[in-house]
Design a protein around this ligand. Structure first.
Ligand code: PDD
Length: 287
């Protein structure tokens, strides 16, 4: 990931990144008590902003944190954060924690003021050579909690899983939960089996990925068959194609899984069509 761009958002104020300070009593720091969003922006326009703000609201509701901003205020802040940093293609991070208390109580005080933090970084589009090379995945047991549908800032398990994947020479951890495909450590996962795209459905075991919905739209536009259903371990191992999808990594072909090649070890034909269609959707919406 590229370094942060110079200007951050902290509690409604734009500040230089090196001057941004949060209290060590912030419950985000002490408990991971907060939620976040990552919004891809192209051509200085946030892509699918409404869906990201909806998911942020759902996370705040789950944590019983009052949203500190209206929809209109969020929209304004997001556009201002892009503008003050002056770069068109960026990843934009927003975090809201329950705020800083006067000590460390598991049960939060009632009068806390949520902390809002935002920053961004340049998001370079994937180079053709990288797309053609594809990425590798390592299957690992899903050691995360039972509310993976919440985009919580408590990300210790995905951090450990990504480190384990790296130690196996892989780019992403593909998580297995009770013998079934859950998702990537920070991505949605698709497989292709006998010409059909398969995408595990939304559940408390996975984040409701916004890129996943874009892929589903792309497949529909191309009239490609897509099933939203669970995928077991054997199907994953025998898949003709595997893709990961996320706001920052787009839709990437996984060409190796553990020690074996996926399909013929090259990006597959359905990935090519869906990837091109996803780029067309992004261009259309962020012209
Ligand atoms: N992560 N599943 C998990 C566990 C994720 O962390 C992510 C994204 C996704 C894909 O969701 P979306 O398509 O809405 O980006 C699925 C972000 C990019 C991150 O934490 O950096």
């Amino acid at each position: 990931m590229a370094a942060a761009l110079p200007i951050c958002l902290l509690d409604g104020v734009f500040v230089p990144a090196q001057d941004a300070r949060v209290s060590p009593f912030d419950r985000g720091f002490l408990f991971g008590d907060g939620v976040y969003e990552v919004i891809p922006c192209f051509n200085a326009k946030p892509f699918r902003l409404a869906a990201h703000l909806d998911r942020l609201q759902a996370g705040l509701d789950a944590l019983q944190i009052a949203n500190p901003h209206s929809r209109a205020q969020w929209t304004k802040l997001v556009h201002e954060l892009i503008a003050v940093n002056g770069v068109g293609n960026i990843g934009l991070y927003l975090e809201i924690t329950r705020g800083a208390g006067s000590g460390r109580d598991f049960l939060p005080q009632a009068d806390l003021k949520p902390t809002v933090f935002g920053f961004c970084w340049p998001l370079a589009p994937a180079r053709n050579a990288d797309l053609e090379r594809g990425i590798s995945g390592a299957t690992l047991d899903d050691i995360r909690w039972l509310r993976c549908d919440i985009k919580s800032v408590a990300l210790l398990a995905p951090v450990l899983l990504r480190m384990q994947a790296r130690d196996r020479g892989a780019d992403e951890a593909i998580l297995i939960h009770d013998g079934r495909l859950a998702e990537g450590s920070s991505s949605a996962v698709f497989i292709v089996e006998a010409g059909r795209i398969v995408s595990p459905p939304a559940s408390h075991e996975r984040l409701p990925s916004i890129t996943r919905l874009v892929v589903i739209e792309a497949a529909a536009a191309l009239q490609l068959p897509l099933d939203a259903r669970e995928v077991d371990r054997a199907e994953l191992d025998g898949a003709d194609e595997i893709w990961i999808a996320s706001s920052t990594r787009d839709v990437m072909p996984v060409v190796r899984l553990d020690k074996h090649a996926v399909g013929d070890g090259k990006p597959g034909p359905l990935w090519r069509r869906v990837y091109a269609q996803v780029q067309a959707i992004k261009r259309r919406e962020t012209r």
